[in-house]
Design a protein around this ligand. Structure first.
Ligand code: UGA
Length: 451
């Protein structure tokens, strides 16, 4: 049976969720307060780069199952299930999460709900938020206790958002166990197709469900910082962290995924989520439990300065007056997201040390220009490398993995390549007489010996 669904927020999470719920056969209304986003989505354009999403969006706009609106009234009248997919960014000057947008959805929506309905939160929130929002929603709604709030955290990765929504590893549902209403039943209806495909649904209390999400991101961040810490030791000991990662990754208890050493994690999730997690643990009196996350954050930020140092070292000690090509601006490939992007942060630091920096990215130039208008931008990788003293690969786009050392060698001033994501094959570059440096990969000689 099809459900009538509203999704509040049409960013990376909300737009994907709305389109994918329609794809599952439901009738969906996507709601946002930003008219420019709505106009784009209504015309079948995704306001950000997400592979495969535009097709799902267009198909479901065309078949009439998906529409967009700025009207909370329309959504309240239409839907029985209301998903919250708005952002929870880091507060300015503090570690905690800014819940303004999530709270605004409850304040505006709950008073308009006049028949039994379920609100399902998807946004990443500090533990304890859902219980508080549930109480507030019941207070505000004319139907009181017949309005239920449950939490259904989202684990999608940018670049794989459609796949992660339609074929997730698992579904998590936090319910207010004291109330025991229709939340679970409604959620099972929404995800019926997924459940029929044997995707596990784990039902738990509200607090645990909120923690599952933050714990997952904290673990992923820790895994990345662990391998980056090993990279630091490898640099000191003249060893190769990529080989080390392969070797320890064979142990199924460790696993090779998320063990790619390089310039570290960025984006709109991992950095702010570990900070919000520390802040919340502090409020709960459990700050000691998460002090290690401060180290995880520090190791991660240190990789960015290390990349700047390595660049200076590779071109003879100073960046002043040099010309540096930066390939990659997005925080990861297959995304145009530059929020807390290590690549752009490094480009900015290098420029501040007196270099002229030219950046190229297959998809993220427009967003980068808005954030860092003083950097120079090129239309192609080759243009960016023109007369460069060093080429830095800072996002592992397929296009960069396939760069031809010989062609690039024809346009640069010095054949120096720094692999910030350890995504190139050093032997290909060394063969063509480039100086190759990777993060955590020891000296050029030892790398060339292995390869
Ligand atoms: C992350 C989580 O992976 C998702 O499960 C979660 O739902 C999402 O945050 C969220 O909270 O919304 P995402 O931010 O899209 O997803 O990106 P990731 O694929 O996790 O990558 C994060 C950063 O870590 C990137 O900058 C990436 O380059 C870096 N990374 C990743 C490494 O440096 N090394 C690795 O081995 C893996």
């Amino acid at each position: 049976m099809n459900c009538r669904i509203a999704v509040f927020g049409t960013g990376y999470l909300g737009a994907t969720h709305a389109a994918c719920m329609a794809e599952l056969g439901h009738e969906v209304i996507g709601v946002d307060i930003d008219p420019s986003k709505l106009a784009k989505l209504e015309s079948g354009q995704v306001p950000f780069f997400e592979p495969g999403l535009e097709e799902v969006l267009r198909k479901n706009l065309d078949n009439g199952r998906l529409r967009f609106s700025s009207s909370y009234q329309e959504a309240a009248d239409f839907a029985d299930v209301h998903f919250i997919g708005v952002g929870t960014p880091q507060k300015k000057g503090e570690f905690g999460a800014d819940l303004t947008a999530v709270e605004a959805v409850i304040e505006n929506l709950a008073p308009l709900i006049t028949r039994p309905a379920v609100i399902l939160g998807k946004s990443t929130v500090p533990v304890g938020t859902a219980a508080r929002l549930g109480e507030r929603a019941r207070q505000l709604s004319p139907i009181g206790d017949a309005l239920e709030l449950a939490w259904n955290p989202e684990f999608l990765r940018e670049g794989y958002a459609v796949q992660d929504t339609l074929q997730p590893d698992r579904l998590v549902l936090g319910i207010d166990q004291a109330r025991n209403g229709r939340a679970e039943e409604e959620t099972r209806k929404v995800y019926k197709t997924l459940l029929n495909n044997n995707i596990p649904l784990l039902v738990m209390d509200l607090a645990t469900s909120e923690l599952v999400k933050t714990a997952a991101n904290a673990f992923l961040a820790t895994k990345i910082s662990f391998i980056n810490a090993m990279a630091e030791v490898c640099e000191a000991a003249n060893a190769d962290v990529t080989i080390l990662a392969d070797a320890i990754g064979y142990d199924a208890r460790i696993g090779r995924r998320f063990l790619n050493a390089g310039i570290g994690f960025g984006g709109g999730c991992l950095p702010k989520d570990i900070r919000a997690f520390m802040a919340r643990a502090g409020e709960l009196g459990a700050d000691q439990a998460l002090t290690f996350l401060r180290e995880v954050d520090t190791i991660n930020m240190r990789r960015r300065s290390r990349m700047v140092e390595l660049t200076a070292e590779a071109i003879g000690g100073t960046l002043l007056g040099s010309r540096i090509a930066v390939l990659g601006a997005a925080f990861k490939p297959d995304s145009d997201d530059v929020r807390d992007s290590p690549a752009l942060n490094i480009a900015g630091q290098i420029q501040l040390q007196g270099a002229s920096v030219v950046v190229y990215d297959p998809k993220a130039i427009e967003n980068s220009r808005r954030l860092f208008p003083t950097l120079e931008y090129a239309d192609t990788a080759l243009d960016a490398c023109h007369k460069a003293d060093a080429v830095l690969v800072l996002t592992e786009w397929e296009e960069f993995k396939n760069l031809d050392p010989r062609t690039l060698g024809g346009v640069v001033r010095e054949k120096v390549i720094l692999d910030g994501r350890n995504c190139l094959n050093p032997a290909d570059w060394l063969k063509d007489e480039w100086t190759y440096r990777g993060l955590g990969r020891g000296s050029v000689e030892s790398v060339s010996m292995v390869n």
